[in-house]
Structure formats: structure tokens, C-alpha cells
Design a protein around this ligand. Structure first.
Ligand SMILES: Nc1nc2c(ncn2[C@@H]2O[C@H](COP(=O)(O)OP(=O)(O)O)[C@@H](O)[C@H]2O)c(=O)[nH]1
Ligand SMILES: [Mg+2]
Ligand SMILES: [Zn+2]
Length: 311
């Protein structure tokens, strides 16, 4: 049997597109790998390295998904009982928010950040639509997230680099290009924040579809309907993803959650109880840090939301 190792570039309803030494090959999503019941909604993800049979006498098929270096995954929407791997084997995550339209959403940002922390994926925040802020259009988020400078100060203090930019004016696009160069990145965030527009700005030949923001929802429609791994002419790959409306963890142990908030780590020493959940117990180091201003109310609010869902 002839076999080869390729990388999954895109997954459609019935087939996936695999890169085999620079040539693309459509491989059906069929065979024994897809019959097994597993924790995941789908056994393959964009970015996966797969072993495929390429025997000319037989139908090509995926024999095996090679072990993943990391993966960005969430509980699948709806029943939440399966895991949905958004992308596998990445060097970094670029988490896009927009300033003003739609406004910055700290809860969603913190959720995705914990998803990246869970897998040790370095994350950079991109604050797009800086032009709206400069022109005073749209409505700002509430303090301390009312402008690019304050969001940047907030998250950089936690160790997450931030870049304010505009796909429209081109401000910050050169810096984004250097971030992307020679790395495999995933670009994610709410729909309508400008992910596809930013990629079109760094690589004008791409012509990714972008959408109009609807007035009613002040979010974009899902123009990008599936993830795809895109090669960049200046070196590197980027995965454009459909917008994320929500991000829930799949099977997260509540005790693990505190590990996903870097600034919480050292404060745990102040907890009187070994099994402190940091929600209702007296003598809690995390709550002391909150009251004394070393942990921000916004981050603690995100923590409590995720704690309620953890099991
Ligand atoms: N004013 C402004 N609008 C932008 C900018 N970037 C994207 N948009 C608009 O935001 C909408 C959604 O963009 P799109 O790239 O489809 O967002 P995606 O859903 O995150 O891929 C489109 O109408 C874009 O023209 C920007 O930097 N400034
Ligand atoms: Mg898009
Ligand atoms: Zn505690």
C-alpha cells in the first residue's frame, strides 16, 4: 500500500483538502477512522498531519491522524458533549477584537485566552478598527476597555502582547505581517471584527470574502464558513476561522481553571483551604487579591463564569 503524510488545509462537508508536498489532494471523510465514536465531533482538524493511502488502485483515505503538538478546542455548540477542535499544530493565536463596532468583549476574550493557556499556545491580542476610535464613531466598551490604549495596558500587564491596528487605513498592518512571518498562526475572534479584512490587508492577493456589519446585530454575518490554512507569500501559514460567538471548555476540571489565569497563580498561596474553589470560601488568596486590586474585577468575573460551567 502506498502512503504519504500530508497536512489538512480545509475541511468541507464530505471531504478535506490535504497538502502533499505542495500539491493539493481532495480526500473523502470516510473509512474506519470516521466510524469510531470518539470524544471529538470530527477526528480530523485543519492543521492536522495525516497519513493517507495514495494507492492508485484504491480510493484515497485518511489512515491516521498523527499526534498533535497542540490544538485550540472548545465544547461543540448545542449539547456540548463533544469536542470541536478548531485547529491543530499552531505556533500562535492572534485573537482579534474590534474597537467600537462591535465593542470589545472582555468575557469572550478571556474565554479564548484560557483555551490557549490550556494548550500553552502563545496569544497576541489584535485590536482592529482603530480608525473608528480615531474618528469617534460607534460606541466604546465600558471602562477599563473604552479605548485601545487602556485595553493594551490591561492585557499587557497580564503578559499578553496587544497590537492596535486598522485594516481600513493600514495602520499596524506592517507589524501584523512581521508577527505572521514564518509561523503557523490561527486568527480568531467574534464575527465582524475584521479577521478576513486584516488578512486581505497583509496579503492583498487573498481576496477573502468579508461581510457587511448588520445594524441589527452589530456583528458580521458568518461570511467565512469554514477554517482554512492559507500559505503566506512572505513565509508562514495562517488559519482564518469562522467567527466565534461563544467559547466553552470541553471537560475542564474546576481545579485546572485557576491555572489558566496567569495572574492568579501566586495568589493561591493565600488560600486557607487546599481545595478552595475561590468563589465562596473565607480566607481566599484570590479574593484577597481582588479586594486589594492585584486581580481585576473583569478577570475575576470571567473566572466565575467559567467556574460555573466547569465539571
Ligand atoms: N472601519 C473599519 N471597518 C473594518 C475594518 N476591518 C474590517 N472592517 C469591516 O468590518 C466588517 C467585517 O469584516 P470581516 O473581515 O468580514 O470580519 P470577520 O467576520 O472577522 O472576518 C466589514 O464590513 C469590514 O469592511 C477596519 O479596520 N475599520
Ligand atoms: Mg471572516
Ligand atoms: Zn481561594
Amino acid at each position: 500500500m502506498k502512503e504519504a503524510i500530508g497536512r489538512v488545509l480545509r475541511i468541507d462537508a464530505k471531504q478535506c483538502v490535504v497538502d502533499l508536498d505542495g500539491k493539493t489532494l481532495a480526500v473523502p471523510l470516510a473509512g474506519k477512522l470516521f466510524k469510531k465514536k470518539s470524544r471529538s465531533k470530527r477526528p480530523v482538524a485543519v492543521g492536522d498531519l495525516v497519513r493517507i493511502s495514495v494507492d492508485p488502485d484504491e480510493e484515497t483515505r485518511i489512515e491516521e491522524v498523527l499526534p498533535r503538538k497542540n490544538r485550540l478546542a472548545r465544547a461543540s455548540a448545542g449539547e456540548g458533549k463533544r469536542e470541536q477542535v478548531l485547529v491543530a499544530n499552531i505556533d500562535q493565536c492572534l485573537l482579534v477584537s474590534s474597537l467600537r463596532l462591535p465593542p470589545f468583549r472582555p468575557r469572550l476574550v478571556d474565554r479564548i485566552l484560557t483555551g490557549c493557556e490550556r494548550e500553552g499556545i502563545p496569544t497576541i491580542l489584535l485590536l482592529n478598527k482603530l480608525d473608528l476610535e480615531q474618528r469617534g464613531e460607534g460606541s466604546p466598551a465600558k471602562a477599563p476597555f473604552e479605548n485601545a490604549a487602556s485595553i493594551q495596558a490591561f492585557y499587557e500587564a497580564l503578559g499578553y502582547p496587544c497590537l492596535a491596528l486598522s485594516a481600513l487605513t493600514g495602520e499596524g498592518i506592517e507589524a501584523l505581517r512581521s508577527l505572521l512571518q514564518n509561523k503557523v498562526s490561527v486568527i480568531t475572534g467574534l464575527s465582524g471584527v475584521g479577521k478576513s479584512s486584516l488578512l486581505n490587508a497583509v496579503e492583498p492577493g487573498l481576496a477573502l470574502l468579508t461581510s457587511k456589519i448588520s445594524d441589527k446585530h452589530r456583528e458580521g454575518r458568518h461570511t467565512t464558513t469554514s477554517s482554512s490554512l492559507i500559505p503566506l507569500s512572505f513565509g508562514g501559514h495562517v488559519v482564518d476561522t469562522p467567527g466565534i460567538r461563544n467559547f466553552a471548555h470541553f471537560r475542564l476540571d474546576p481545579r485546572e481553571l485557576v491555572e489558566l489565569f496567569p495572574e492568579f497563580h501566586r495568589e493561591r498561596q493565600g488560600c486557607a483551604f487546599e481545595n478552595c474553589s475561590h468563589s465562596h470560601e473565607p480566607k481566599c488568596g484570590i479574593k484577597d487579591a481582588l479586594n486589594e486590586g492585584r486581580i481585576a474585577p473583569s478577570r475575576y468575573a470571567s473566572f466565575l463564569e467559567l467556574l460555573k460551567e466547569a465539571k
